[in-house]
Write a protein that binds this ligand. Structure first.
Ligand SMILES: *[C@@H]1O[C@H](CO)[C@@H](O)[C@H](O)[C@H]1NC(C)=O
Ligand SMILES: *[C@@H]1O[C@H](CO)[C@@H](O)[C@H](O)[C@H]1NC(C)=O
Ligand SMILES: *[C@@H]1O[C@H](CO)[C@@H](O)[C@H](O)[C@H]1NC(C)=O
Ligand SMILES: *[C@@H]1O[C@H](CO)[C@@H](O)[C@H](O)[C@H]1NC(C)=O
Ligand SMILES: *[C@@H]1O[C@H](CO)[C@@H](O)[C@H](O)[C@H]1NC(C)=O
Ligand SMILES: *[C@@H]1O[C@H](CO)[C@@H](O)[C@H](O)[C@H]1NC(C)=O
Length: 274
């Protein structure tokens, strides 16, 4: 659960992005909308180098294998010091064609977004692409530069109640993702949290599948508990990490039926609607 939050949290050094979502116009962004890129600081490579050619091989592998293997793949190509490791992850609710098209875009964009950079992480709404000369596979990414916080600028009327319910919902989603899902992915809804026109909280959480289930839990717990102070009072938020991510909103933003549905108890619902 999420205890009441301090007014500022030292755990979230950040690249803050302000997310402008307007309630009456929240059509989902196109698959290939770039959310953010984190260019690394592990050195540069040059045109025509062995590293550049290993990167090309890696990107081709990720592009052709990821959508065919359920939305995740990882590879390491070449020998040190030109070895490159990489992974690609599609959001668990995307189908193979959405996954493929998101990664096509990511693979095209990456070398331009972080030119000649040996390490890069880029996030889209529907996929994540990550590569580095460091061996990062099977290790939880705790680098603060790979941790992007985004939130809906609109405020919620009853923040403490809302945060509590977000906590309950996200904990259950994490439980499911880390124990029941082969994709280490789950979505969920908290129904009737208020009587307002937006009575449901929607949530999603996912890990990259190079992690074990217990690492996945550790990763998600690390970004969820406590909720970043800047999320306090906001209608929705997400944290994008190099190994795991989550999001919650008061509108639906994922495909298909939710993995879990929770009913907020009557006493938990605010007495009067805004
Ligand atoms: C890598 O390239 C960038 C931009 O081209 C440059 O600013 C940076 O100093 C280079 N880093 C190294 C380690 O050479
Ligand atoms: C890279 O290789 C191509 C083809 O061999 C060549 O035309 C080009 O000049 C090379 N670029 C550099 C910067 O060496
Ligand atoms: C991944 O893609 C490459 C290049 O298309 C292919 O040769 C290889 O067999 C694929 N690997 C797997 C595990 O599917
Ligand atoms: C895949 O999902 C997208 C987005 O939901 C949808 O528009 C498309 O029709 C789906 N494609 C297939 C082959 O199911
Ligand atoms: C896993 O799935 C089972 C069967 O649907 C369900 O009863 C159980 O609560 C789920 N476990 C978690 C941790 O969500
Ligand atoms: C709770 O939410 C469900 C689904 O949105 C709705 O059908 C039902 O009427 C709500 N119940 C109350 C008491 O508001």
């Amino acid at each position: 659960m999420f205890p009441s939050l301090p007014s500022s949290s030292p755990l979230f050094p950040l690249c803050l992005l302000f997310f402008f979502f307007f309630l009456l116009n929240h059509s989902p962004p196109a698959a290939a909308d770039l959310l953010y890129q984190s260019c690394g600081n592990t050195g540069n490579y040059t045109t025509n180098s062995t590293y550049a050619s290993n990167l090309n091989i890696l990107l081709t592998f990720l592009d052709s294998n990821t959508s065919r293997s359920g939305g995740f793949s990882n590879f390491a190509v070449g020998q040190s010091p030109n070895q490159i490791s990489g992974l690609a992850l599609c959001r668990g609710d995307t189908n193979a064609s959405t996954c493929r098209s998101c990664l096509d875009t990511a693979i095209q964009d990456a070398p331009n977004l972080c030119p000649y950079d040996r390490s890069t992480v880029i996030w889209y709404d529907d996929c994540l692409l990550r590569y580095s000369n460091l061996r990062f596979l099977s290790i939880i990414d705790t680098s603060s530069s790979d941790e992007i916080l985004m939130y809906n600028v609109n405020s919620i009327t009853d923040p403490s109640q809302f945060n509590k319910l977000v906590g309950v919902l996200m904990n259950r989603i994490v439980d499911w993702a880390t124990s029941n899902s082969t994709k280490m992915f789950a979505t969920g809804e908290m129904l009737n949290y208020t009587n307002s026109p937006f009575p449901t909280i929607y949530g999603l959480a996912q890990c990259t599948r190079d992690l074990s289930r217990s690492q996945c839990r550790q990763c998600l717990t690390g970004i969820l508990d406590p909720l970043p102070a800047v999320f306090q009072g906001k209608q929705g938020a997400r944290v994008l990490g190099g190994s795991c991510n989550y999001r919650y909103e008061i509108y639906s933003f994922y495909e298909g039926t939710p993995t879990i549905r929770l009913q907020s108890s009557p006493e938990a619902a605010p007495a009067s609607a805004p």
